[in-house]
Write a protein that binds this ligand. Structure first.
Ligand code: ZN
Length: 155
């Protein structure tokens, strides 16, 4: 599975790739040294900087043209022909990029709103920030939005 490193203009795109289950680092203000390390580690650089083609001798780079995060996501998926696996959706923390772990219902009591706890059976926790995720209306909305945006690519 492809892994990514997104530069500072592409925070929203990074979150969408995490929604799809892709390991995506977001650099914020990190400098060239970090980009170099991550390219060496096999990550694909996502950037809006046209001059980033200089990085091509170092690794794989996608220069993003669109301003809108939804179109940016389409660009990445098309250019790299990324497979979209339904089972990978929402497997990764949107905040800190760590894989989520399925946890028992009792373990998250008190960590989620009561009505959510009572009406849901499956919960996942981020081992980094400890945030709890569950399949609910928010997840469903994201699924629908992705399916609409990427419908011609979805299998
Ligand atoms: Zn997290």
């Amino acid at each position: 599975m492809e892994r990514f490193v997104a530069d500072r203009m592409l925070g929203k795109l990074a979150r969408w790739l995490r929604v799809l289950g892709y390991d995506t680092l977001y650099l914020g203000s990190a400098g060239d040294e970090v980009i170099r390390q991550e390219l060496d580690a096999g990550r694909i650089l996502l950037t809006r900087n046209r001059r980033a083609h200089a990085w091509l001798k170092r690794g794989r780079v996608v220069v993003i043209e669109a301003d809108n995060p939804r179109e940016q996501l389409q660009e990445v998926v098309r250019q790299l022909r990324l497979p979209l696996a339904a089972e990978a959706l929402l497997n990764r923390c949107l905040g800190c990029n760590r894989p989520l772990v399925i946890v028992g219902k009792e373990e998250v009591r008190g960590d989620v709103p009561d009505y959510v706890w009572q009406t849901h059976a499956e919960f996942r926790r981020c081992q980094g920030c400890r945030r709890v995720f569950w399949s609910g209306s928010h997840a469903e909305n994201m699924r629908h939005r992705l399916k609409a945006d990427l419908s011609d690519l979805w299998e």
